[in-house]
Design a protein around this ligand. Structure first.
Ligand code: UDP
Ligand code: MG
Length: 167
């Protein structure tokens, strides 16, 4: 079957973003969506899920040796998460800058973690409210992990000509 991610050029333009449950519980969904939407990125896929017990272990498989791994995974399967795919030129690079440092204390005002979170407590993880893929390969893996093919939609946005300046 046809892959939703249509090639390397497309993979470079999409990012998987998750609003972790503390962001959801604190009522920050619309604020975080606004940050990406106002920039001009396109929201292509969105859903709210409570991940199963083992699911976060797949998502964070590269961190399994870290001391906070189990606590992080337990936390992420304990409540609702907003899973999204955003699309646009430079969305991974810009998205990571917008999210900023893993530790909100090191994140500048104006970044999502700098603006909306205060601490990251080692071994009691995850007060940094958001996840974003760090490169095209991880974006692709994460999108395929979080979404079934039939959940992945495509549409063209009428705003694009006003954002990218193509007449
Ligand atoms: N994390 C933690 N303690 C740490 C480092 C990371 O609890 O010392 C958690 C935190 O929620 C972070 C996630 O593990 O967002 C993934 O870590 P990563 O290094 O990939 O940071 P990110 O890409 O989210 O900035
Ligand atoms: Mg990471």
């Amino acid at each position: 079957s046809r892959q939703w991610i249509s090639g390397e050029a497309h993979a470079a333009k999409i990012i998987f973003i998750a609003i972790k449950l503390n962001g959801v519980q604190r009522g920050l969904i619309s604020e975080i969506i606004s940050q990406f939407q106002c920039k001009g990125f396109k929201l292509v896929v969105i859903k709210i899920v409570v991940p199963s017990k083992d699911f976060p272990k797949k998502h964070y498989h590269d961190l399994k040796e870290r001391p906070f791994f189990n606590g992080l995974c337990d936390f992420l399967s304990s409540g609702p998460i907003v899973a999204m795919v955003w699309e646009g030129e430079g969305v991974i690079k810009y998205g990571r800058k917008l999210i900023r440092a893993t530790d909100p204390k090191k994140s500048k005002p104006g970044t999502i973690r700098g603006y909306l979170a205060i601490v990251l407590i080692i071994l009691f993880p995850c007060k940094n409210i958001i996840h974003g893929s760090d490169r095209p390969e991880t974006a692709k893996d994460e999108i395929n992990l979080w979404f079934k093919p039939r959940e992945l939609v495509s549409y063209s946005s009428n705003a694009e000509k006003w954002i990218y300046g193509v007449n």
